[in-house]
Design a protein around this ligand. Structure first.
Ligand code: SIN
Length: 314
């Protein structure tokens, strides 16, 4: 039996293995974050926070369907000051802690980035420029001028604080858009990108009620789970376009070790689990990891570099 070494790095942060939780599901409260810290997740990623606490959008705001889920939570979170108290308490579990920020304006992001950069307990910061569910606020990641401003200002602050900065990106679908955003990212001190956030503004229909299934935003919400082909494509394309030192975290429809393997084959350095964690519990990280190991052993790979980014064309 081959011994596999699953160690990896995200933005210079060492991880024991590539599987950890995505920002969003079950990572809002202290209790939820402790559960993740105790699990087989290789890092603890927190819910994207804002300056002030937020209750989020009206219920029902989540709906599971075969293969995926739709949601419009509206960034419910405890406010960044509460996470500043929680993160030091997670250090005893010995895993890197990622803060996620999603300010409602650039000044909010700068303030949170500056304060989290000063914290020893925070290994890295993920700047979410892709939340599709703040009613009246378009996704920043689709506005290249605004994206450039936010990335420039926040990356300078994180660089000054010597904290790796990552970007949680929306899915891109057009090669011209990939090129534009990649050029902006390459010009700035970005250490990793996480792609993709949920595919925004989908609709799921309840056949019997002849209605939408979630209340906020007239039923439009971010779709997760069945989006894997788009997640894989974004990882693949960004690996081609981004500076080599920028790590890529793949997310979107990771339910199994096979899904994780596919993301790494497309070029991901690590893989986050979102919808599958939402629909189950913390055991999902160990399950995916075990399956990934089995696939690697069956193929005779003893480290991630043996297959990372080596997707073949036909
Ligand atoms: C939400 O809170 O509605 C989702 C956040 C995100 O996907 O960025």
């Amino acid at each position: 039996m081959i011994l596999v070494n699953l160690e990896t790095k995200v933005g210079g942060v060492k991880l024991e293995h590539p599987i950890f939780n995505a920002s969003g599901p079950k990572d809002v409260t202290r209790e939820e974050l402790i559960e993740i810290a105790k699990s087989d997740s290789s890092a603890v990623m927190a819910k994207s926070c804002t300056i002030e606490p937020r209750m989020g959008n009206a219920e029902p705001r989540h709906y599971d369907f075969k293969g995926g889920a739709i949601g419009s939570y509206g960034l419910p979170n405890l406010g960044y000051k509460e996470y500043k108290k929680i993160f030091p308490a997670l250090v005893e579990f010995g895993k890197p802690i990622f803060a996620s920020i999603s300010g409602l304006c650039v000044e909010d992001n700068k303030k949170m980035a500056a304060e989290f950069s000063e914290m020893n307990s925070v290994a890295a910061i993920e700047l979410n420029i892709s939340c599709p569910n703040i009613i009246g606020k378009p996704q920043v990641g689709y506005d290249f001028e605004q994206s450039e401003e936010r990335i420039q200002e926040v990356s300078a602050i994180c660089a000054a604080g010597k904290k790796p900065l990552g970007l949680k990106l929306p899915p891109y679908f057009d090669f011209a858009h990939y090129k534009t955003i990649a050029e902006i990212i390459n010009k700035n001190k970005v250490s990793f990108v996480t792609c993709i956030n949920s595919v925004g503004n989908g609709i799921v229909v309840d056949l019997e009620k002849e209605s939408v299934v979630i209340k906020p935003n007239k039923g439009f919400g971010g779709v997760g789970g069945i989006i894997k082909p788009f997640g894989l494509a974004n990882v693949r394309k960004f690996r081609e376009l981004l500076r080599r030192e920028i790590s890529i975290v793949g997310v979107g429809g990771v339910f199994s070790g096979k899904d994780a393997f596919e993301y790494i084959l497309c070029g991901a350095d690590a893989v986050q689990v979102g919808t599958a964690f939402m629909q189950s519990d913390t055991k999902v990280f160990g399950k995916i990891l075990g399956e990934l190991k089995e696939i690697m052993q069956r193929k005779g790979y003893d480290k991630l570099d043996d297959f990372k980014g080596k997707l073949k064309e036909i």
